[in-house]
Write a protein that binds this ligand. Structure first.
Ligand SMILES: Cc1cc2nc3c(=O)[nH]c(=O)nc-3n(C[C@H](O)[C@H](O)[C@H](O)COP(=O)(O)O)c2cc1C
Ligand code: SF4
Ligand code: SF4
Length: 633
């Protein structure tokens, strides 16, 4: 088939589903949707439609980024408006089928809003204030097209860039990517066009293309969403890269913990091959390129490019020293281009809309958009895509909706486990490679974790360092021993054994680890400690000098105490919940905690009814009145 024929077929398939006579029901079944219960909703729709003999089609789509509203159901009705329902359950399905699939009642009380009009009777979703701040390129099709149907991607412009690229000189493609200013989205921000050019110019007939889909950062899930929702854009980008550098073999290295992304990729590769968009003689051009999926074994360090190549070769995945750079001697010693999932996904758009269009978005040094996984204490957790240069404040407050439960924002951890923790005073920082680095954080792969007043910054630094220390491959002594020493020191501080000189010592060792480690893991490992010391030094000092945890988190530095004036004497909730029987009732019926038995599990505070709110935490523990029941009266 020619590409025009492929497009025609795709368009007709798309029109029959999205512009047909029957209602069309889209249900988000990416991993986030499934975790929220989307599959029983799919089943309930199938059963209800069959029972009612209703003519309607159900399509499983990916994630539109509004993860906190999952499961999301969208009903597209011919000659009526499209309505999106949030937090759907199997129980509401009969109402939706009766009301809107078969009838004319859009059930707006169950809806998040409408997607095309709605006569002002409901929220018009594209006008939600978060979308004023978003700029969706990578996510444009996510949650809208069926990731398991290549026709949907093609009908929305997919693969026309590849068809065009195959008519272009490879050097022209490389030039266009260079001109666009695209920098790799895997974390380091290396210019993609320069990488491709170096590989193209490297000598040798055999060259490889690798897609890095390891995504090992805790809290990051952008690559997973892209692969589960619109995998063809990544495949198209890889084929164009292969043509540009002269490669015939590609690999997608993806973590085994992403079974759905793997399944959807397998289907996508198969469909691309069946249409002649991948494999032998692509679109009759004489150019051949194939892609193999390699499943990773879940080590964070395997995401580092040289370690990843060792993993594909079947060797132990540890980073190696460079040079030689992978573009000259990478996989099996051959010139190799390795890019992140999102980096490849931009490529078709850049060719279709032009390098000048892309470089017109973003900042001087960081072009285009960036996708972020919003996690932690934000109201709207999920995915967001913004132009580079958008501020952290916009990301967390205008898109993320601010902090949950009316709590106060304290810090944001950006850039993955070895990113930095930035305070409120840095919320005007622009999210781009250079501004974040200047602030002491990194872009990383795009995880954004918001923290509130209940987070202890010393404990946070310890948490991330603990992750990094366990994931260190151990090759460099600075990283292997230094990160353990830093972790031990942070542990001492959180249990009240720290010394004031430890703070400067942490900075010194951190700088040594950064300077003396081979790969990015070690080089950035101290970031959480260094940034929390830089911006929250007073919390370190409180732990060390006053044996006090200001956020009331560090167990050794807090005590639970029952306020006698608030304790409702007849209530026994705390007594019954205490796993170590540390709570007794005194002669006046007031509950008293025996501090020598208390393990600080927090159950009593959780179960104390909110109308009494009698259990509190104190820090330092010495604030607890000493003589128990008598003093409490
Ligand atoms: C410890 C460590 C883990 C990494 N994990 C990933 C990852 O999961 N995904 C990714 O794309 N890049 C990861 N990187 C960055 C890669 O080494 C590499 O720079 C990147 O994949 C290159 O692609 P890009 O130019 O498109 O950014 C990691 C780096 C380090 C040091
Ligand atoms: S810096 Fe750490 S993770 Fe990287 S190679 Fe050295 S020991 Fe391994
Ligand atoms: S914090 Fe846990 S162990 Fe301590 S008194 Fe309360 S329930 Fe018991």
């Amino acid at each position: 088939m020619t590409f025009e024929e492929i497009q025609k077929q795709a368009k007709s398939n798309w029109d029959s589903q999205y512009h047909g006579k029957a209602p069309h029901i889209l249900i988000g079944t990416a991993t986030c949707g499934r975790a929220a219960g989307a599959l029983p909703v799919v089943e309930a729709f199938s059963n209800e439609l069959a029972k009612r003999n209703a003519r309607a089609k159900v399509t499983e789509v990916g994630c539109i980024g509004l993860c906190s509203f999952e499961p999301l159901v969208t009903i597209i009705k011919p000659s009526s408006f499209t309505v999106c329902y949030n937090n759907a359950t199997p129980q509401v399905v009969p109402t939706l089928v009766e009301g809107y699939v078969l009838g004319d009642d859009p059930c707006l009380d169950l809806a998040l809003g409408t997607l095309d009009g709605g006569d002002g009777k409901a929220v018009y979703i594209p006008e939600l204030s978060r979308f004023e701040h978003e700029y969706r390129l990578l996510l444009r099709n996510c949650g809208y097209i069926d990731p398991g149907n290549i026709n949907h991607y093609i009908a929305n412009g997919g693969y026309s860039s590849l068809a065009m690229a195959l008519q272009m000189e490879p050097d022209t493609i490389v030039g266009e990517i260079k001109k666009s200013g695209l920098r790799g989205r895997g974390g380091a921000g290396f210019p993609t066009g320069r990488k491709w050019q170096q590989c193209r110019e490297a000598s040798g007939q055999t060259k490889y293309i690798i897609c890095n889909a390891d995504e090992g950062d805790p809290g990051a899930f952008m690559d997973r969403v892209v692969l589960e929702s619109d995998p063809q854009q990544v495949i198209e980008g890889m084929v164009i890269a292969a043509y540009a550098v002269g490669s015939h073999d590609g690999f997608i290295y993806i973590r085994a913990e992403y079974p759905l992304a793997i399944e959807r990729l397998q289907v996508a590769l198969e469909q691309a091959k069946n249409l002649g968009l991948l494999g032998d003689n692509i679109l009759g051009s004489g150019f051949s390129f194939d892609i193999e999926i390699v499943e990773g074994a879940g080590a964070f360090v395997s995401g580092e490019s040289t370690a990843l190549m060792y993993a594909i070769e079947g060797r132990r995945s540890m980073p190696r020293a460079r040079p030689p750079h992978s573009v000259k001697a990478g996989l099996w010693g051959k010139p190799t281009v390795l890019n992140n999932v999102k980096t490849y996904a931009y490529v078709p758009l850049i060719l279709a809309r032009g390098a000048d269009w892309f470089s017109g978005i973003g900042t001087e040094g960081s072009k285009g958009t960036a996708a972020f996984a919003l996690a932690g204490k934000m109201v709207n957790t999920g995915l967001a895509e913004v132009a580079m240069g958008t501020t952290l404040h916009e990301l967390i407050f205008d898109i993320g909706g601010g902090i949950r439960s009316g709590k106060k924002f304290k810090a944001v951890q950006i850039g993955g486990p070895s990113g930095g923790c930035l305070p409120e005073s840095m919320l005007r920082t622009a999210v781009d490679f250079d501004s974040l680095r200047k602030a002491g954080a990194i872009m990383g792969s795009g995880g954004v974790i918001a923290m509130d007043e209940d987070n202890c910054m010393v404990d946070t630094a310890k948490f991330f360092l603990d992750f990094i220390q366990k994931e260190s491959c151990g090759k460099c002594s600075t990283c292997r021993i230094g990160s353990k020493q830093m972790l031990d020191m942070l542990e001492d501080i959180t249990v009240g054994k720290g010394k004031i000189e430890d703070i400067d010592w942490l900075v010194e060792v951190g700088q040594d680890i950064s300077g003396g480690s081979l790969c990015g893991l070690g080089r950035t490992a101290p970031n959480p400690a260094l940034t929390t010391i830089r911006y929250f030094r007073d919390e370190y000092e409180a732990h060390i000098l006053e044996k006090r945890c200001p956020a009331l988190v560090c167990k050794e530095l807090i005590a639970y105490y029952i306020l006698p004036e608030k304790c409702e004497r007849a209530c026994e909730h705390c007594v019954l919940s205490c796993p170590v029987k540390a709570i007794t009732t005194n002669e006046k019926g007031i509950k008293v905690i025996d501090q020598s038995k208390c393990t600080k599990c927090g159950s009593c505070q959780l179960v104390c009814p909110p109308e009494y709110n009698a259990v509190i935490r104190l820090s330092p523990p010495s604030l607890v009145p000493v003589s128990g029941a008598k003093t409490q009266e």
